[in-house]
Design a protein around this ligand. Structure first.
Ligand code: LLP
Length: 431
């Protein structure tokens, strides 16, 4: 199977970390997000252990909550020794409600409103990743009014195109995040920050994109950040203690994707960083990474119930499911590949070419096109693998479809972590 926590029994049922997916569907209903708690924890450990082993003391992974955000995940990532990257007061609120220590939160965002900044300061988040001058000035004033010196990193753009999709490639110069190095503006930004009495500058952040399979773009990023850090030391006598390289390690969505060796990549990056530090005679900085996808994607499976089959003679066949773009908008948005299986008929021949369609009134509501499955019958359970990242997080109530429940699976049992939305939830904000 695509992931090692997925198995199949003699009856042809898909098991997720020891739990029969058909039983989970029966117990909790469908559509259902299933998260393998052990896989999630082991993904966290891969980062924590490799970063402890290869990077300078104080280096750490921050879980990018934008990939999957609900209260219950924060206790787990805290227990696994991770910090958190939050991009909105809503994510900060969720993390804190989930028992996550505020001092381990790094607050991101290209437009933090005055209310957002106040909220984060009131809740004593550890770090702000300052994106622009407006934020720099407002944060300095608001921290000053509270009599605190706020720890910050400055977000800079290094201008790398890691050849990912344009919409998620944020390391280019022409983008709304951060201040570019190339134009000389990032240097002025550092100077302005160092002049602020109420801000404690610790280093720099940049993020070059998502779904990056190779360590090479991150090495280029290290080159540019180390050069910048060295230039800033020369210009202002400021020695950055921390470099945050953002997120972006890819995951395997299908058999045709390569395996990704996260520990190996981290080792290569640490060796590269070491060489650069020697070259500049610069103290090896602490490294922060912000993995989201590679922590949660392969720990997640979505279970649907098939509504039936529609064969359009001379054209194609559709299998309809009881969810769709409302719980997984990624195919509609990015044509993202996924591995789809018939969870109750894993030993049957996959001899039926079909497209999986959701339930929304929109022809683009597809989960995957042109795949091979056993011919489904109404009531069959269809599983989409690798849906842990950016599915629940990007789900919507389009067509007033309720959001699915989310369960953790451990020791062969499901535990409800997010209950299914009700119709009452749908109208709860309507006056
Ligand atoms: N840090 C920053 C500053 C980011 O912008 C992102 C992702 C991450 C960390 C986490 O990256 P990851 O390790 O998950 O690749 N909705 C898109 C993904 C957008 C990612 C945006 N930023 C998708 O469904 O593929």
């Amino acid at each position: 199977m695509l992931y090692d926590d997925l198995t199949v029994n003699e009856a042809g049922h898909l098991f997720i970390n020891g739990a029969d997916s058909l039983d989970l569907a029966k117990e909790f209903g469908t559509p259902l997000y299933v998260m393998d708690e052990d896989k999630l924890r082991s993904n966290c450990r891969t980062y924590v252990n490799a970063m402890n082993k290869y990077f300078t003391k104080g280096s750490r992974p921050l879980f990018a909550g934008k990939s999957l955000c609900f209260k219950g995940i924060y206790r787990i990532i805290d227990e696994e020794g991770m910090s958190a990257d939050c991009v909105s007061p809503g994510e900060i609120y969720t993390a804190i409600q989930g028992g996550f220590p505020a001092e381990k939160i790094y607050f991101h965002g290209d437009n933090k409103t005055d209310d957002d900044i106040k909220f984060a300061l009131d809740n004593k988040v550890g770090y702000f990743i300052v994106d622009n001058y407006n934020e720099l000035n407002t944060l300095d004033a608001m921290a000053g009014a509270r009599g605190i010196k706020q720890k910050v990193l400055l977000r800079v753009t290094v201008g790398i195109d890691p050849h990912t999709q344009k919409a998620i490639n944020t390391g280019r110069i022409d983008c709304q995040f951060g201040v570019p190095i190339d134009t000389g503006q990032a240097s002025d930004f550092v100077k302005a920050c160092l002049a602020k009495k109420n801000l404690d500058l610790r280093g720099f952040h940049s993020h070059i994109g998502s779904e990056i399979f190779e360590p090479y773009p991150f090495m280029m990023q290290i080159d540019l950040l180390m050069k910048f850090a060295n230039d800033m030391r020369g210009a202002y006598g400021f020695t950055a203690e921390t470099l945050n390289l953002g997120g972006g390690f890819a995951v395997r969505y299908t058999e045709s994707d390569p395996e990704i060796d996260i520990e190996g990549n981290i080792r290569e990056l640490s060796e590269h960083l070491q060489r650069k530090s020697e070259e500049y005679d610069f103290p090896v900085p602490q490294i922060l990474l912000e993995p989201g996808r590679s922590i949660v994607a392969n720990a997640g499976t979505t279970l649907y119930t098939a509504g039936g089959v529609k064969e359009i003679n001379g054209y194609r066949n559709y299998i309809t499911v009881d969810g769709g773009m409302t719980d997984n908008p990624r195919y509609a948005l990015y044509e993202s590949p996924y591995t789809v299986v018939a969870a109750g008929r894993m030993n049957d021949a996959c001899d039926f070419r079909c497209t999986i369609a959701g339930r929304c009134c929109e022809s683009g509501d597809l989960i995957q096109e042109n795949i091979m499955l056993p011919k489904a019958e109404r009531g069959d359970i269809i599983a989409v693998l690798g849906t842990g990242a950016y599915n629940f997080a990007m789900s919507s109530n389009y067509n007033r479809v309720t959001r699915p429940a989310l369960v953790f699976v451990k020791d062969g049992k499901g535990r409800l972590a997010v209950r299914r939305q009700t119709f009452e939830d749908l109208v709860a904000c309507d006056l």
